[in-house]
Design a protein around this ligand. Structure first.
Ligand code: NAD
Length: 284
């Protein structure tokens, strides 16, 4: 369904981003991975993803003496996964990631702004450098990536921009000033980009997950267990029962499938909106 399309998923070496890459690749999309981690591990991940999703039984009438036809065959039948080490707190590296994707994979059709970090403290003690880092990675990075990718998307006349916001893009919790401000900002940015491109076959939406069991949330659970002197299991149950009526974590693949849906024809009239996937969190 997404054969011939190219996606950048920022922050995709772990958690939700990686889940999104799996679902996009499953549909035939070529992907630029991004995020931090051990170089060797990331290369292993890239190669594994590429071989997992390669379509092995296909036929191409390509004339092997014609390089353009070979290139066409490679891009039609092979899932290419590339990796960019761009730091999302650096605008120049974001621009470089977008142009490298256009060069290596031919275009950027789908941009998923997913990279994000968290830090919790009461406002009066919130360290300025954490505020700056969260605003930069969770909000400004999306602005710079959209700005860099849009001209190509507009020229080709089709695009999907999907921002991974959060339930915290819609409602607040104590001790998360920077995160809540950045995610509300991301929802605002989503609406503006959607309006500016509404007639152009380009949609821009924000997915707002509740708790998803990833390293980002695991840290909050272990911190909570340590602070309260309780077991990790008890801290997990407490965390879910406080906010998420389903008492179940949202799965990374479910978020990936929502991304795929937004990229399908059925998703083409959905733009400028927030899609909550939060087990009832924001219904309360
Ligand atoms: P995670 O920690 O598992 O993954 C974060 C990814 O971002 C990693 O690949 C990491 O390397 C990358 N990253 C961090 N800083 C970066 C930087 N400066 N440059 C490039 N990459 C960077 O976290 P996750 O839970 O998968 O979160 C992904 C997104 O989903 C975040 O935006 C987060 O706010 C959002 N979210 C998470 C949850 C949840 O419950 N886990 C809920 C709602 C929203």
């Amino acid at each position: 369904m997404l054969k011939g399309k190219v996606a950048i998923v920022t922050g995709s070496t772990s958690g939700i981003g990686l889940g999104i890459v799996h679902e996009l690749a499953r549909k035939g999309c070529r992907v630029m991975l991004n995020g931090f981690g051990d170089k060797g591990e990331i290369e292993k991940l890239r190669v594994n993803l590429q071989s997992e999703f390669n379509i092995e039984i296909e036929y191409s009438p390509a004339d092997m003496s014609k390089s353009a036809q070979i290139q066409e065959m490679v891009s039609e039948f092979n899932i290419e996964i590339e990796y960019s080490p761009a730091d999302m707190s650096k605008s120049a590296q974001i621009q470089e990631m977008v142009s490298e994707t256009e060069k290596k994979l031919g275009s950027v059709d789908i941009l998923v702004n997913n990279a994000g970090i968290q830090f919790t403290a009461p406002v009066e003690n919130f360290p300025a450098e954490k505020w700056e880092a969260i605003l930069s990675i969770n909000l400004s990075a999306a602005f710079y990536a959209i700005q860099a990718a849009l001209p190509g998307i507009q020229k080709r006349g089709w695009g999907r921009i999907i921002n991974i916001a959060s339930a915290h893009g819609l409602v607040a919790s104590p001790h998360k000033a920077a995160y809540v401000a950045a995610k509300h900002g991301l929802v605002g940015l989503t609406k503006v980009v959607a309006l500016e491109n509404a007639k152009a076959n380009i949609t821009c939406n924000a997915i707002c997950p509740g708790w998803v069991h990833t390293p980002l949330v695991q840290k909050q659970i272990t911190d909570r267990a340590a602070q309260e002197g309780i077991s990790v299991e008890k801290a997990t149950i407490e965390l879910l029962s406080e906010k998420q009526p389903s008492l179940k974590f949202v799965q990374t693949e479910q978020i990936g499938q929502m991304v795929v849906f937004l990229c399908s024809d059925a998703g083409s009239s959905i733009t400028g909106t927030t899609l909550s996937m939060d087990g009832g969190w924001t219904a309360q």
